[in-house]
Write a protein that binds this ligand. Structure first.
Ligand code: NDP
Length: 348
């Protein structure tokens, strides 16, 4: 019987990784997923219930900060998808909590791939955060752009993703014997396979439950988690895949997001914002108010308010054959999913 190709997915419990594992199993791959603590069964039990998991999913413990930790999971695999990285805003110590795991973890995973010598290709989950730390209404971003503005003080999550991706490309200059393909997603939304609430879906929850004081002049690119998973798999299945792939279906203003949710009737049960704070004067005021917010939220607002995000997603559509799902439907599915997991509180 032919052997199934083995794919290692780091950070198996994550929002994106879980979809990736589900799809890989559906397509007949054998999967080695890494989890931070095997003793925390509740965090990954849902993965064991996926179709095909009993026969073809193996979970192995690995930590981004322990040198050599990924050797066991990567040894003997043909492909590695490195998704594990802290996706957190407002951490106490950005160097320790974001930069070190992102950067050292990426180097550690690549080093284990070199040692394994069975690995043909690594797909790294980078981010739009490595492309820009501040949208610019006057230009269109592409895979040629790099974030040169973020730092430990300003958007440290963006900084951690930029350093990790740069380190990966530097590592490749040593010709380690495998290829690297990078996926750079924007805000990833969609249904979650596990109970935990990831940072982007948390933002949708915040919009619908009145955490924002009103409708701000802010604009995001969105992509469905199932498309992100598909892009990772196409990146191993298409031999010609190369370089970076900006992965985003559509950019929407917060105003559009709120309108979609209101039209679907969520305004009746939830505190959707209605105060329009998207004009020029209100945006200036919001930038001042941002200084009263937690450090990273404040910096994010100051670098994103009043700016449109424009980008070109041609490369991923043409080379990886991705036809993006409709974002309005993904948004609505996200909300239904948040409700089904009990993450949304109705207004009283
Ligand atoms: P999640 O927070 O859902 O998953 C992150 C994963 O990384 C978890 O499995 C987590 O394990 C693991 N992890 C974090 N720190 C460590 C560590 N020290 N050692 C081992 N594992 C660790 O995030 P997403 O699925 O949303 O994101 C996955 C990847 O995609 C990240 O690289 C993120 O930067 C990137 N990305 C995400 C976007 C989004 O909108 N969601 C957009 C663009 C990029 P544990 O469960 O133990 O905490």
């Amino acid at each position: 019987m032919a052997q199934h190709p083995i794919v290692c997915v780091t950070g198996a419990t994550g929002f994106i990784a879980a979809h990736l594992i589900k799809k890989l199993l559906q397509q007949g791959y054998a999967v080695r997923g890494t989890v931070r603590k095997l003793s925390k069964h509740s965090s990954y039990r849902f993965l064991e219930n996926l179709d095909g998991a009993a026969e073809r999913l193996e979970l192995i413990e690995a930590d981004l900060l322990s040198p050599g930790s990924f050797d066991a999971a990567i040894g003997g695999t043909q492909y590695v998808m490195h998704t594990a990285s802290p996706y957190l805003i407002n951490v106490r110590d950005p160097q320790k909590n974001l930069v070190e795991p992102a950067l050292e973890g990426t180097r550690s995973v690549l080093e284990s791939c070199r040692k394994a010598s069975s690995v043909k290709r690594v797909v790294l989950t980078s981010s739009i955060a490595a492309i820009t730390g501040a949208p610019d209404s006057n230009r269109v971003f592409t895979e040629n752009d790099w974030n040169t503005t973020s730092s430990l003080k300003e958007n440290p999550y963006h900084y951690s993703k930029t350093l990790a991706e740069r380190a990966a490309w530097e590592f490749m200059q040593e010709q380690p014997g495998f290829d690297l393909v990078v996926i750079n997603p924007f805000m990833v939304i969609g249904p979650s396979l596990g109970a935990s609430l990831n940072t982007t879906n948390q933002m949708i929850r915040d919009i619908i439950t009145g955490v924002y004081p009103g409708i701000l002049d802010v604009n995001w690119g969105f992509v469905d988690v199932r498309d992100v998973a598909l892009a990772h798999i196409r990146a191993i299945e298409k031999p010609a895949a190369h370089g970076r792939y900006l992965c985003s279906a559509e950019a929407l203003d917060m105003r559009n997001v709120v309108a979609i949710l209101r039209k679907a009737g969520y305004g009746n049960d939830y505190k959707l914002p209605s105060l329009d704070l998207s004009g020029k004067a209100a945006t200036t005021l919001m930038k001042l108010v941002s200084w009263s917010q937690p450090r990273d939220t404040g910096a994010y607002l100051r670098t994103h308010l009043g700016r449109r995000m424009r980008y070109d997603n041609d490369k991923i559509r043409k080379e990886l054959d991705i036809q993006f799902r409709n974002i309005e439907s993904s948004l609505l599915e996200t909300v239904e999913d948040l409700i089904s997991w009990g993450h949304l509180k109705k207004k009283s």
